[in-house]
Write a protein that binds this ligand. Structure first.
Ligand SMILES: Nc1ncnc2c1ncn2[C@@H]1O[C@H](COP(=O)(O)OP(=O)(O)OP(=O)(O)O)[C@@H](O)[C@H]1O
Ligand SMILES: CC(C)(CO)[C@@H](O)C(=O)NCCC(=O)O
Length: 251
């Protein structure tokens, strides 16, 4: 039996999943501001055979995670995007500059379909990444996620948050609805536009579209194309990387 603790340390939350023989048997998430609760969150777990971490959060969070695992008596592996891994080729000018969360997600998407795919993660930031039918990461875009958009408008204008009762409208006639609907349009619109541009440049739309991340709930009802929702694609990707590392180490 092989056990893996996979960790996705994002800009707002740390998400973890414990896999036994590729089955996720336990998972949880912690706000970065509450990172000191990591030890409570992981306390019921047996020491895994491997700990794999994708980290795009700041150095302070990285230091806290490192010192936690030092106390646990284990050495985690931090993953970094490579020029090629698990069948995916990384087209970034500097492959190491790509976020490790995007890399793990692309690997998970390729492993699932072995076909072209738009890989969307909606978290603190939203990313829309294009994967070709032969496993090449063509490139992708980064934009603020819903929470960040909302807060930055409130912070930089005189719009005052005195009403939590807002909803999506096609032609909003109230301030909060206008802001909320604008955020939805911009997020959904950029995914649609990336699909359109993929079609334009590659002769057909991407065969698949995978959506993941903590900010998906508001966005999903507005898609009018087929997609697959995967709860935490980054953690799925880390499990695939772990399997690949096992095979490489056995060879
Ligand atoms: N208090 C909060 N702080 C930040 N985000 C929040 C909060 N409450 C809800 N959210 C939602 O959770 C989402 C964060 O999702 P997720 O956990 O996937 O992000 P993350 O991994 O931290 O971000 P990223 O991957 O972009 O670094 C945000 O888009 C936001 O909509
Ligand atoms: C874009 C985010 C913030 C998404 O979580 C993360 O993947 C990141 O910090 N990436 C590094 C920069 C890049 O991917 O080009």
């Amino acid at each position: 039996m092989f056990s893996l603790l996979a960790i996705d340390s994002g800009n707002s939350y740390l998400k973890w999943a414990y896999f036994e023989n590729n089955q996720c048997i336990s998972h949880n998430k912690i706000l970065n501001q509450e990172i000191t609760q990591l030890s409570d969150s992981l306390s019921s777990l047996k020491q895994p055979d491997l700990i794999l971490i994708s980290q795009v959060s700041d150095q302070r969070i990285k230091d806290q995670i490192s010192s936690f695992f030092k106390n646990w008596g284990s050495e985690p592996h931090w993953i970094y995007p490579l020029p090629k891994q698990c069948g995916v080729t990384n087209n970034y000018d500097n492959p190491g500059q790509l976020g490790s969360d995007r890399w793990a997600s692309l690997i998970a998407a390729w492993h699932k379909y072995h076909a072209s795919c738009l890989v969307v993660n909606i978290g603190t930031a939203m990313t829309v990444d294009a994967l070709s039918g032969d496993g090449v990461f063509l490139g992708g875009i980064i934009l603020p996620g819903p929470h960040l958009m909302w807060n930055s408008v409130l912070l930089n204008t005189q719009i005052f948050n005195n009403n939590d009762n807002y909803r999506y409208e096609v032609f909003p006639v109230e301030t909060k609805n206008a802001l909320y609907s604008g955020i939805i349009q911009s997020l959904v619109g950029s995914i649609e536009r990336m699909r359109h541009l993929f079609h334009l440049h590659h002769g057909s739309p991407p065969k698949n579209c995978i959506i993941s991340g903590g900010g998906v709930a508001d966005i999903l009802p507005h898609f009018d194309f087929e997609y697959t929702f995967i709860d935490n694609l980054v953690l799925e990707g880390l499990n695939i990387i772990a399997n690949d590392m096992k095979i490489t180490n056995q060879a």
